[in-house]
Design a protein around this ligand. Structure first.
Ligand code: NDP
Ligand code: GDR
Length: 328
């Protein structure tokens, strides 16, 4: 039975990936940080088959200990400080976790693998935020990187460090350059889930408005359940490589609002949306759209859920959850 270790198990992707690997018969280990992590219970409830280990990307000895216990064939590094807006106010800690944390992990693998660096296949969660001020449309693996936030810069560092360990030590380390992917498990700080929760609450009469920032930004949004399958496929390849994972379609926040409000039969959302500069970013990524043709050709991967399906799925989930929370 293959063994896999997932960092970031308490996050959106960690849960979907753990479900996928358990269904494939893997022994799955998950790294949880902190002495009393409030999300631990959610992981235990959602994926009870996962064995949880304590560790932090900032603490290399905890990573080495996790490798000793899990003896992984595959290591998925999903752990990061992942909220772009937060990264301006907390640039240093974002750089340490999202950037240097990856160096700690690669170094731990190199030391642990003792002269056989390709024995553990490594996945690094790179991001479309690395394209930032886009130099090409659509963005592909060879597009010049131009990050626009401390988070994006940290991801670029981690991305090139992963490539460097592959080229320097022959490590089987792949980077998935994933575009935004969402789900009912998305944290409420991200715009899709912020909107799906607010729309559900507005429809139920529990909230009057949603306060947002830039409505013009465009993102290539896919479904997280589809994207974790691409991560697994990357590690099944004989050679490690980098892949863009995206839908190839882009939509604005306005398009997102149209679909989300339409899902609760509201055609004109303008009375329910207020703009506040507090949610604007010091530098914006205006327009992301990925070219997933390499992932399709080499990995045989394609997304199953489209944008409309994704938004409907999230709003329906939040209607049910908000009804339950309100005791209705
Ligand atoms: P989440 O924010 O939902 O999860 C991030 C995870 O990282 C959490 O489990 C968090 O743990 C963990 N983490 C934070 N700090 C540390 C630390 N110091 N040591 C160990 N773990 C830590 O992110 P997603 O699941 O959405 O994303 C997974 C990965 O993919 C991230 O690296 C993200 O940057 C990247 N990515 C995500 C995309 C998306 O659209 N979702 C697109 C492209 C890349 P805790 O619960 O304790 O905070
Ligand atoms: P992003 O996701 O920054 O793309 O990073 P987010 O959902 O936070 O923002 C998307 C776009 O929406 C605009 N926006 C708002 N965003 C938030 N969060 N809240 C608001 O009120 C709001 N109003 C407008 C933003 O300006 C932005 O343009 C996500 C994360 O998962 C990263 O970790 C990952 O690497 C990238 O996706 C790909």
């Amino acid at each position: 039975m293959p063994s896999a270790l997932i960092t970031g198990i308490t996050g959106q992707d960690g849960l979907y990936l753990a479900e996928l690997l358990l269904a494939k018969g893997y022994d799955v280990y998950g790294l949880v940080r902190g002495q009393n992590n409030p999300k631990r219970a959610l992981v235990e409830e959602t994926v009870p088959g996962v064995r949880l280990l304590t560790g932090d990307l900032g603490d290399m000895s905890s990573l080495l200990r996790a490798l000793e216990i899990a003896q992984p064939d595959e290591l998925y590094n999903l752990g990061a400080i992942s909220f772009v807006a937060y990264s301006w106010e907390n640039a240093r800690v974002t750089s340490e976790v999202t950037g240097m944390g990856v160096l700690n992990l690669l170094e731990a693998v190199r030391l642990f693998a003792r002269g056989e660096p390709s024995r553990i296949r490594v996945y690094q969660a790179s991001s479309s935020e690395m394209f930032g001020k886009v130099q090409e449309v659509p963005q592909r693996e060879s597009t010049l990187l131009w990050p626009r936030s401390p988070y994006g810069v940290a991801k670029v560092f981690a991305h090139y460090m992963t490539i460097n360990y592959r080229e320097s030590y022959g490590m089987h380390a792949s980077s998935g350059i994933l575009f935004n992917h969402e789900s009912p498990r998305r944290g409420p700080e991200f715009v899709t889930r912020k909107i799906s929760i607010a729309v559900a609450r507005i429809a139920l009469g529990l909230q009057e408005e949603v306060v947002l920032g830039n409505l013009e930004a465009k993102r290539d949004w896919g479904y997280a359940g589809d994207y974790v399958d691409a991560m697994w496929r990357m590690l099944q390849q004989p050679e490690a490589d980098d892949y863009v994972v995206a839908t190839g379609q882009t939509h604005s926040i306005r398009d997102l609002l149209d679909l989300a409000f339409r899902a609760v039969d509201i055609d004109d959302w303008t009375p329910y949306v207020r703009l506040d500069p507090a949610f604007m970013r010091p530098a914006e990524v205006d327009m992301l759209v990925g070219d997933p043709s390499k992932a399709r050709a080499v990995l045989g991967w394609k997304p199953e859920v489209d944008f409309q399906g994704l938004v409907t799925l999230m709003v329906e989930h939040d209607l049910e959850e908000q009804r339950r929370l309100a005791g209705r």
